[in-house]
Design a binder for this molecule. Sequence first.
Ligand SMILES: C[S@@+](CC[C@H](N)C(=O)[O-])C[C@H]1O[C@@H](n2cnc3c(N)ncnc32)[C@H](O)[C@@H]1O
Length: 283
Amino acid sequence: MRPTIRDVLRAARRRIAPVSQSAGLDAHILLSQVLGVERAYLLVYPNHTLTADQQNRFEKLVERCAAGEPLAYILGRRGFYDREFIVTPAVLIPRPETELLLEAALVFVKGKPDSTVVDVGTGSGALAVTLAAHCPAAAVYAVDISPAALAVAKRNAAANEVAERVTFFEGDLLVPLLERGVQIDVIMANLPYVASDDLPHLAVTRYEPRLALDGGADGLDLVRRLLGQAAAALNPGGLVLLEIGADQGAAVEALARAAFPQAGVEVLPDYAGLDRIVRIANP
Ligand SMILES: C[S@@+](CC[C@H](N)C(=O)[O-])C[C@H]1O[C@@H](n2cnc3c(N)ncnc32)[C@H](O)[C@@H]1O
């Protein structure tokens, strides 16, 4: 007898539970993908049976999930702010905390709609693409040192119909913009900020690219270099927004004050109340 939706969901939940706090939801999402249906269908038709092919495909996805592979890589997509992004193992999976950085940039650009905005270390393009979609008059640049990441970001720009309004550069931090003499109003940067010695202890490094995580000895190599470059390119009245690790608030605040002695510097918390964003407002 062919297994029902209820049967396979129950078995999958048990397999995934050791590695996920949302095993039931994960199982639903994977089965919806295999059957090409909305999740509600699984609840309405629990006695519907699976074909052998559907069962095989579902079991393969459950296997990957039970091995700890992030759901976003299995599905090839992840929601960020108000849209969906293609993700591959070449890019960091966009995190909800990063939406706070985006929101701070959106507030600024609403007040100066023709801003020039740069997303440094764009990865999937989540920040650059979402900002471009919300701010049609802004000039948006996105830089990454990884050609594979840039290819994903470009696909996301096209999928969100902003490909013509985001200029992509492969390069090191702000160098491509400095070379072209671009003056910037907003720098958004979620750069790698994990200390190299901490990487082996983190589960994320099993699947997410080291290039997106490794911030050098104290985690701040890239942030330090970016701040060194930023003063030359940031317009008066401009803004720098940096995502940081929860234990880096004081250190990055000090770096920011050294690089921008006249600026207003604030460390903003994330949803959990942890230091997450450093906001530098040029006078
Ligand atoms: C933490 S990920 C952030 C991705 C995306 N902005 C997000 O918030 O989801 C950091 C990104 O910085 C890129 N990166 C690392 N070193 C870089 C450098 N020197 N210059 C430009 N990009 C760099 C990585 O390839 C990676 O895509």
